[in-house]
Write a protein that binds this ligand. Structure first.
Ligand SMILES: NC(=O)c1ccc[n+]([C@@H]2O[C@H](COP(=O)([O-])OP(=O)(O)OC[C@H]3O[C@@H](n4cnc5c(N)ncnc54)[C@H](OP(=O)(O)O)[C@@H]3O)[C@@H](O)[C@H]2O)c1
Length: 254
């Protein structure tokens, strides 16, 4: 897609070095936006930005203290404004209660998947309010239908909390002219399973199990999620706020 729908606008995409975040950053850039891609791994961000002068990488841990202000400040340095915030970065960790590392993993998930989007939205609000901006949160379809996750229910619970924040912010930010929405992807072909520490065999087994719950019978592609994220940010969506759009091959209605 090469329209100039987002010409002159500035977008922050967290977790923009891989998967859905990379596809989203590229989709916004292809439509004219300047995009700040945020992640912890410089090489991944550089790959996202390759050949796209409008995409600027920022190596940062969204869960670090002060990260939200720093990220918004970097977007202002590069582009002078912020129109869209995409809260996409997340981690999936097992959290056994009888294990110190499990407690640490739980803390990391809370800080990355929930607190970071919250602080970023707060830090970006003055800019978003200036430009009739939009926040798009990335949730998950499995939170809406229930899914067994050994030691892993926290991931789903945090996504449910993010959806609640989506509705809360939609009401709270509306007087500022800021819209808030979310997408809830089903199984999407990204490196998320490797990032969870699954080996290729485990990742394939998980994928097969997930696809069994998808009426369309296949895994989704990152571009298919990026499409809806960009649609929600378009001015034509100006009467849409507080929604969570499933992008899951029908999993949530099966
Ligand atoms: N793939 C699916 O099937 C699926 C389904 C439903 C929902 N989702 C959601 O979609 C979103 C994107 O996931 P994905 O599938 O594209 O997986 P992914 O490739 O693992 O993407 C997650 C990204 O977040 C970044 N990240 C993680 N922790 C970070 C931190 N503290 N600070 C900055 N960046 C951080 C990672 O990069 P670094 O490690 O380099 O920082 C990575 O690029 C997530 O919110 C996920 O929960 C995915």
């Amino acid at each position: 897609m090469t329209s100039a729908q987002f010409d002159g606008k500035a977008v922050i995409v967290t977790g923009g070095g891989t998967g859905i975040g990379r596809a989203t950053a590229r989709a916004f850039a292809a439509q004219g936006a300047g995009v700040l891609v945020v992640g912890r791994t410089a090489s991944r961000l550089a790959e996202t930005a390759q050949g796209l002068p409008g995409v600027r990488p920022l190596v940062a841990d969204v869960a670090a203290p002060g990260a939200a202000e720093m990220i918004v400040g970097a977007a202002l340095d590069h582009f002078g404004r912020v129109d869209v915030l995409v809260n996409n970065a997340a981690v999936v960790r097992r959290t056994p209660r009888d294990d110190t590392s499990g407690r640490q993993a739980a803390g990391q998930m809370v800080a990355t998947n929930l607190l970071a989007p919250m602080y970023l939205a707060q830090a970006a609000l003055p800019q978003l309010a200036t430009h009739a901006g939009v926040v798009v949160n990335v949730s998950t379809a499995i939170g809406q239908r229930g899914w067994p996750m050994p030691d892993g229910g926290l991931y789903v619970a945090l996504k449910a909390a993010l959806e609640t924040l989506t509705r809360t912010w939609a009401v709270q930010f509306a007087p500022h002219g800021v819209r808030v929405a979310a997408v809830a992807p089903g199984p999407i072909a990204t490196p998320i399973a490797q990032h969870q520490g699954l080996d290729p065999g485990q990742a394939a087994a998980l994928r097969t199990a997930l696809i069994a719950h998808v009426p369309l019978g296949r895994i989704g592609q990152p571009d298919e999620v990026a499409f809806w994220i960009t649609q929600l940010a378009r001015p034509e969506a100006a009467y849409t706020t507080g929604v969570v759009i499933p992008v899951d091959g029908g999993a949530v209605v099966a």
